[in-house]
Design a protein around this ligand. Structure first.
Ligand code: GUN
Length: 305
């Protein structure tokens, strides 16, 4: 029997534990605040940001939303970020990506106070992750790590293949998998669009993490018997539905499920975990900034390493 992992259930459990942390912060007079900034009129980005805001509200985090006209000069975005950096009610800042072409994306990532960078994308936070003492782990790979833990998948000594080399998922995912300690210690290969014979690599893997952004790139013939398959992809493909599209992952679910011991669906797998880990990082940011000791799920009391 293949175990189909329920990201909503695992996410809900962790959100419940975060709500307890938020109560502990409230007892010290602290309400965690997350500022979201949207400089885009892309409907998918709008949807993601509103989902993040709603999740904040549900768990007791103050959501502060800012919109910058996508045609406005880049400086308007940087001024917004500067104000949020200086605002003591704001513990976490998230600028929804992608930003318009006339805005320097790298400057955006550098402009956020690293202590408020709940995405974990600032070069200081990337460096800390690579060096093995992360402050904010990027949300999606961290969510994958906790999903694997929830399914009792021990990565130690396993062959893991990450398909995709993005800054948001592929690279940090591989970095987490090679770290010493629980959730790491995996022998890790990163594959990408120039990889020769992708299937030969994925078929040998004990754990496949698909994060390439291509609909149903990986089918059952590319999965080894008994492998653990985590699908990070969220791709809109045309379909005869009310919205005119449907969401599919990077894995062809039905054929991969025939081979896998554990697999995540799309939607309902990794997606809910990503937002949960954003809440997690916001609670951590508030606890660190305000000097309140709370017990984070799977981590214990956060201290600056
Ligand atoms: N766009 C797509 N995923 C993400 C994410 O995790 N964080 C931000 N800031 N933008 C995104």
């Amino acid at each position: 029997m293949t175990h189909v992992l329920d990201g909503n259930a695992v996410g809900d459990r962790i959100r419940g534990e975060l709500a307890d942390c938020i109560d502990e912060l409230a007892a010290e007079g602290v309400t965690p605040g997350l500022a979201t900034v949207l400089m885009s009129d892309d409907p998918a980005s709008e949807t993601y940001v509103s989902m993040k805001a709603r999740a904040c509200e549900e768990v007791g985090i103050e959501g502060i939303h800012h919109e910058v006209d996508p045609d406005a000069p880049a400086e308007e975005l940087f001024e917004t970020v500067d104000r949020l950096n200086d605002d003591p009610a704001v513990h976490g800042i998230l600028v929804q990506m992608p930003v318009p072409d006339h805005v320097d994306k790298r400057r955006v990532l550098r402009s956020i106070d690293p202590g408020k960078d709940v995405d974990g994308f600032h070069p200081e936070n990337v460096g800390r992750l690579v060096a093995g003492h992360p402050r904010f782990k990027p949300c999606t790979p961290h969510g994958v790590q906790l999903l694997l833990e929830a399914a009792d998948v021990d990565t130690e000594g396993k062959d893991a293949v990450v398909v995709g080399r993005s800054d948001i998922v592929g690279k940090p995912m591989a970095n987490l998998l090679i770290q010493k300690g629980p959730g790491g210690n995996a022998t890790t290969t990163i594959c990408h669009s120039r990889t020769d014979d992708l299937g030969a690599k994925t078929r040998e893997a004990d754990v496949v993490i698909a994060a390439a952004g291509y609909p149903e790139l990986i089918d059952g013939s590319m999965i080894g018997e008994g492998a653990v398959v985590i699908d990070v992809g969220v791709n809109r493909v045309e379909a005869d539905t009310e919205k005119g599209y449907e969401l599919v992952g990077d894995v062809e679910f039905e054929s991969a499920k025939e081979k896998a011991s554990v697999i995540t669906p799309v939607p309902g797998g990794v997606g809910p975990m990503t937002i949960t880990m954003l809440l997690y990082n916001t609670v951590k940011a508030a606890a660190l900034r305000e000097g309140v000791a709370v017990s984070l799920p799977g981590e214990g009391r956060p201290v600056e390493p």
